[in-house]
Design a protein around this ligand. Structure first.
Ligand code: AMP
Ligand code: ZN
Length: 156
């Protein structure tokens, strides 16, 4: 489970999600197949907070093979409306924290499905109040750069 698939994955140390997947720790599973597993977050924002996780150990978004990433998204898409009803929530946040600077604490890639209710106190604060707002020229410049890199990944 710990064999890194990407040269950039340093995969060091112990992984709690690999333990859960291997049956070495307690877990409340709500969905599983050969590639993916979904279980209840132990410290939920609200009841019904689910994590969708690849069985294989990948750390961050760019480590995930395309077919696995698409499958995880497909599983998440199937679970979202069910979780929302089961949790009695009115709304949902779908969150991926990819990398330590983005707030990832468990370095085994996962998608959060977070049922939301008015006044629950959780906050994914967008638009960002600390934003240094770019002008249109800067927005256009970044859009052109991304578009060009998409067409030719060797350009940067
Ligand atoms: P992140 O900060 O995006 O890496 O989120 C990690 C999430 O994993 C947190 O919401 C934790 O509450 C959750 N978590 C950590 N350990 C466990 C565990 N043993 N079982 C279920 N969820 C866990
Ligand atoms: Zn792992």
């Amino acid at each position: 489970m710990h064999a890194p698939k990407s040269p950039r994955t340093p995969s060091t140390g112990h992984c709690i999600f690999c333990d859960l997947i291997q049956g070495a720790a307690e877990v409340s599973i709500c969905y599983e197949d050969a590639t993916a597993i979904a279980f209840l977050d132990i410290q939920p924002v609200n009841p019904g907070h689910v994590l969708v996780v690849p069985r294989e150990h990948y750390e961050v978004l760019q480590d995930i093979p395309r077919d696995v990433g698409l499958h995880l998204y497909e599983v998440a898409t199937r679970l979202i409306p069910v979780v929302q009803v089961a949790a009695g929530a009115t709304d949902m946040n779908i969150v991926v924290n990819s990398g330590a600077a983005a707030g990832q604490n468990v370095m085994h890639y996962h998608i959060h499905l977070i049922p939301r209710r008015e006044g629950d106190g959780f906050d994914v604060s967008l638009p960002f109040p600390g934003s240094v707002m770019p002008n249109r020229q800067q927005l256009d410049g970044m859009a052109a750069r991304i578009g060009s890199m998409l067409r030719d990944p060797l350009k940067n």
